[in-house]
Structures are given as structure tokens and as C-alpha cells.
Design a protein around this ligand. Sequence first.
Ligand SMILES: [Zn+2]
Length: 220
Amino acid sequence: MSQIKFQLERVSGAQVSDHELLVDLRLAAQLAGTEILSQRLYSLHGKYDPKTVHRHFGSWNKAIVAAGLQTANEINISDERLFENIMLLWEHYGRQPRRAELAIAPSQFSQSAYKRRFNSWMDALSSFVEYVNIQEAQPPSVKEIVNERRTGRDPSLRMKFRVMKRDNFRCCACGANPASQPGLTLHIDHIKPWSRGGETTDDNLQTLCEGCNLGKSNVL
Ligand SMILES: [Zn+2]
């Protein structure tokens, strides 16, 4: 016969204070033996429903930060993803992004993620510029080599950025740009189409807005 274990059950709707939640988050992190407390770990070691934590703090990460713990998604973010975010912001604003802009949409990573990896925002930007300036084309695939291509079809991230920056983050055909039209997407287009032997090099690439780019491929 199994023993009945009495546990205090919270009546649905019973008040839990922010403070109680934070204390329990820290306790759960201690029990789990980690500073990085995921929702899954909290479900194993914590007393409350992660949904309650969400409701009180707006998001899981905000609660984690309030508890003085580390958020899992800010650990081990690859340099490439941090650079990709810089590129996204550069494209969005049409200029070098500012540190304060990391805290607001469309930025995907906070200032602390950059600080942890590069010590400062300026160091992060310098590393980004170094990264972008490495002249490297995506190597062609086996199929592309068979077709005597020197470069792969898709431009690398750094190549996309160089081309957009050269074109001032504007569509080369109509001048549209995300800085004045939020939400507008810029594409990288092969001037001489790749399908007709055009290579993926800076000088055969141009920035087009989605509309112009799709218009172009319909004509071809
Ligand atoms: Zn356009």
C-alpha cells in the first residue's frame, strides 16, 4: 500500500507574491545546481507553475533576470548570431546601430550578451567590421564545381552586409529603404543571374527591395 503524502495544494487563484516567486526561483536553481534555470528545470524543482511566473513578470527571462539568475538563451550564443543581429539592426536603421537600440525591437539580443562576449559594444562593433571585411565567398558545392562555377549561389552573411552597406541599405532600383519604411525587406540580387553564369561576388551583387527583386525574377 502506498503511503499518502500530504502536500499543501494551492487553491487556484490564491495569491502568490512576486517575492515568493523570486525566492522559489533561486531555491530551484540551487536545487538544480545551476545559475541557468530553464523552465523545464524549474518544473522539476520549483513549487509554482512556470505560467504563474510568466504572468507575474511578463516573460520567463524577465523573471530570471529579476531573480539575479542567468538566462539560458544568452549563454553560448555564437559570434555569427550576434553579428547577424548587428547586421539586422544596421539594415533596420540604415546606419551603425547604437547600444541603446539593443534593448528594443527588432534587436534579438541584449547589451549583456555582447558585453559578455566582447567586453563592450564598441569592441563588438570592431569585431563585426573585421568579420565583415574578410573576403570570403561561399565555396561552390560539388554540383556547382561540376558546372564550372567558382562560387556558390548564396552570398555569405558578410558578403550580404558588404553589398548592402555599399548600396547604403537602399534598393538600387527604386531607392526604398527600411530606415524610412520599417518592415521593408532588402534582398541581395545577382546582376548577371547566377543561372546564366553570373558569379557570387561583390561586384555582381546588388541590393533590391522585395518588390523590385520579385518583379525582376518574374521578367526573367
Ligand atoms: Zn525597389
